[in-house]
Design a protein around this ligand. Structure first.
Ligand code: C5P
Length: 237
C-alpha cells in the first residue's frame, strides 16, 4: 500500500490518500490538543499508543458485529482504513455526568445517568462544536432520518460492548464520542477513532481520571496512564 497526498490534517491525526481509491491511511501524531486547539503539546509515544489502542478497540467492536473503518495496522503510528464519506456530527453517550454536561446543567460530576444520555454535536471548530438535535441533522441534510437512527443504535451498541470491556479492567466508561461515515455501498460505518483522547474513563474504586482530562486538567502522566488503561484491558504496549 503506497501513501499518497495528504487529504486532511486534524488536531491529532493526519489522513492520507493511498494508491487504492477505497483506502486511506490514518497517521496518529503525538500532538495533543484541548480547548478547541488553545492548548497543544507533543506527548512522547502518544501517536503510537493511540494507534494501537484504536486498532485494539475497533477489532473488539468488529468481533461484536459493529462495522468499522479499520482494516489493519501498518506501522507503529499508522492504520489502513476504508474510505468513508464522513457525516459532520459527533455522537456522544454519557453514563456518568462529566465535562460539558456538568457545566451546562449544573449537575454533580459523577452522577449516574440512567438511562444513559445521548447528544449530537456539529463538527465545527469555528462555532465550537455546538450541540444539535436530530431535526438539525435531517433539516440541513447532514444525514437522513434512517442514518440518524442507525448512528444512535450503533453508538448504544458500542456502549454495551465497551462498558463491559472496561469494567473487566476495573474502569468506568463515563462518556465517549463517536463519528460515522458512509461507505461505498451506502452503509453507515464507525469511523475516526476510539482512544482515551475521545472518551472518559475512571478507575472504578478511586475514580482516578485515566483519559484526556489528565491533559486538559494538567494532572500529568498522560501517556503513562493511557498505557495503564491498555494493559488493564489486555493490550500490552
Ligand atoms: O466535552 P464533553 O463533556 O461534551 O465531551 C464528552 C465526551 O466526548 C468526552 O469523552 C470527550 O473526550 C469527547 N469529545 C471528543 N471530541 C470533541 C468533543 C468531545 O472526543 N470534539
Amino acid at each position: 500500500m503506497e501513501k499518497r497526498d495528504e487529504l486532511y490534517r486534524g488536531k491529532a491525526k493526519t489522513v492520507y490518500f493511498t494508491d487504492d481509491s477505497d483506502k486511506l491511511i490514518l497517521h496518529f501524531r503525538n500532538d495533543t490538543s484541548a480547548f478547541d486547539g488553545e492548548k497543544i503539546e507533543q506527548l512522547d509515544r502518544k501517536g503510537e499508543v493511540n494507534n494501537k489502542f484504536n486498532h485494539f478497540i475497533m477489532t473488539k467492536l468488529e468481533e461484536a458485529g459493529v462495522a468499522t473503518q479499520v482494516e489493519s495496522l501498518i506501522s507503529d503510528t499508522e492504520s489502513l482504513v476504508k474510505k468513508l464519506d464522513m457525516i459532520p456530527v459527533e455522537c456522544v453517550v454519557r453514563n456518568l455526568a462529566a465535562g460539558s454536561l456538568v457545566r451546562r446543567l449544573g449537575v454533580e460530576e459523577g452522577q449516574e445517568l440512567s438511562p444513559p444520555v445521548f447528544e449530537f454535536f456539529l463538527k465545527n471548530d469555528a462555532l465550537h462544536d455546538p450541540m444539535i438535535n436530530d431535526y438539525h441533522i435531517a433539516s440541513f441534510g447532514w444525514a437522513s432520518e434512517a442514518q440518524i437512527a442507525k448512528m444512535k443504535s450503533i453508538t448504544f451498541e458500542v456502549n454495551n460492548v465497551l462498558k463491559a470491556l472496561f469494567a473487566e479492567g476495573g474502569m468506568l466508561l463515563v462518556d465517549y464520542k463517536l463519528e460515522f461515515g458512509v461507505d461505498s455501498d451506502g452503509n453507515i460505518v464507525l469511523g475516526d477513532e476510539f482512544t482515551p483522547d475521545g472518551c472518559r474513563l475512571w478507575d472504578k474504586e478511586t475514580r482516578k481520571k485515566m483519559d484526556k482530562d489528565r491533559f486538559r486538567q494538567g494532572l500529568g502522566s498522560v501517556v503513562e496512564t493511557y498505557i495503564e488503561v491498555a494493559e488493564r484491558i489486555g493490550l500490552s504496549l
